[in-house]
Design a protein around this ligand. Structure first.
Ligand code: ZN
Length: 372
């Protein structure tokens, strides 16, 4: 069996899927050698259901303008998440209501040398009954419930495989140069240490690790409990990342991810050890979501990230043009972008295209000239 066949069999059957049943641990993965080095690029996150809805000609003009402004790559949401019922690519997965918007955009983008990497909401699944959907979701145990209840819990093997199924489905139906992983983590943001999940999969793992089915915030005052809990969550997500990385290698595409900005207080709690993954060569580039109105905070946070990564993988600092937490002018975004390049980032990734104003493209174009 040659290497390519091995990767395929490992990713799609035997070793790959089996490993997800019993997490193998974050420290047993082989380093994947990747040769692609991207430098000084401008990336933009885009939502396919919001952007580029006009005629072929209007999209062609818009893509030409984008390229002219110096944007190299669109990281594009192509299925609904955390809801799991819609795909805007050519999907054959059961449970998706399909409306293929991606094929046309990929074709037109190719004409102007613009890259599009589809974005995968990584902890998800499709085609589930209401009962199964609820069963595989967070159960915070908070009296009266919590807003995160009802989102898929990554302790379920099926929820991790769901994202891998979508990656494979995209790669089977579209010729793309890369896949971008988002939500590759536990999605109980902010409550992982406050209201540890009480779904059945989590409870079974608590029983295995701690000899009891219920964990509370008080249990985490013990360093050993905290260590085992974070290790368990990181092992689960690392195994999912490994499957995506194998698919990327099999299909010869780049693999990238959107990373939580606060590595020690957010990423690791949510099972997202992206520094470890970077050092293992599992990603071609990483975009930490450093959205902020505060230029000094961006600079400090990005420096910490770059110090941790130590040049192992290109970092594109994620900058917020318009997001749930606020709105920067494009001039402010460029200020942060200048800091990013000075600190040694390979470029920036801007969130998000729908928040751009017409003059933003001129501002970007001017900036682009200064970095070449
Ligand atoms: Zn759970």
């Amino acid at each position: 069996m040659d290497r390519r066949q091995f990767i395929k069999s490992a990713a799609l059957s035997g070793a790959g899927i089996g490993m997800l049943t019993e997490p193998s641990g974050a420290y047993s993965i082989d380093k994947i050698e990747r040769n692609i080095i991207l430098k000084r690029k401008i990336l933009v996150w885009s939502h396919i259901y919001l952007d580029f809805l006009g005629s072929d000609d209007s999209v062609r003009k818009e893509f030409s303008m984008i390229r002219d402004s110096g944007i190299d790559l669109l990281l594009m949401f192509i299925h609904s998440h955390p809801e799991e019922n819609q795909s805007w690519y050519n999907s054959s997965l059961y449970g998706f209501e399909k409306q293929d918007k991606l094929s046309r955009l990929l074709q037109i983008a190719k004409e102007v040398d613009l890259e599009i990497h589809p974005l995968i909401g990584s902890i998800t699944d499709t085609g589930l009954s209401d009962e199964t959907r609820v069963k595989r979701s967070y159960a915070s145990g908070k009296p009266g419930g919590h807003s995160k209840d009802g989102r898929f819990c990554a302790s379920w093997e099926g929820n991790r495989l769901g994202g891998i199924k979508i990656s494979l489905d995209v790669l089977e139906h579209h010729k793309v140069n890369g896949i971008h992983l988002d939500y590759i983590r536990y999605i109980d943001t902010g409550i992982g240490l406050k209201w540890p999940c009480q779904c059945e999969a989590c409870k079974q793992n608590y029983l295995r690790l701690f000899g009891k089915k219920t964990l509370t915030e008080e249990d985490f005052s013990s360093p050993g409990v905290l260590y085992k809990y974070l290790q368990f969550r990181n092992s689960n997500i690392t195994d999912a990342v490994l499957q995506h990385a194998r698919l990327a290698t099999q299909y010869q595409v780049q693999l990238s991810m959107a990373a939580r900005a606060d590595y020690f207080s957010s990423s690791l709690v949510e099972g997202q050890d992206w520094v470890h993954w970077a050092k293992k060569g599992l990603f071609d580039f990483i975009c930490p979501m450093n959205y902020t109105l505060d230029r000094a905070w961006h600079k400090k946070t990005l420096k910490e990230q770059l110090d941790l990564i130590a040049g192992q993988v290109p970092i594109y600092s994620g900058l917020g043009r318009k997001w749930s937490g606020g709105e920067n002018s494009m001039e402010d975004v460029i200020g942060q972008a200048e800091d990013a390049l000075t600190l040694g980032a390979s470029g920036v990734s801007i969130f998000h295209y729908n928040g751009f104003k017409p003059n933003d493209f001129n501002v970007l174009k001017h900036f682009r000239r200064t970095i070449e």
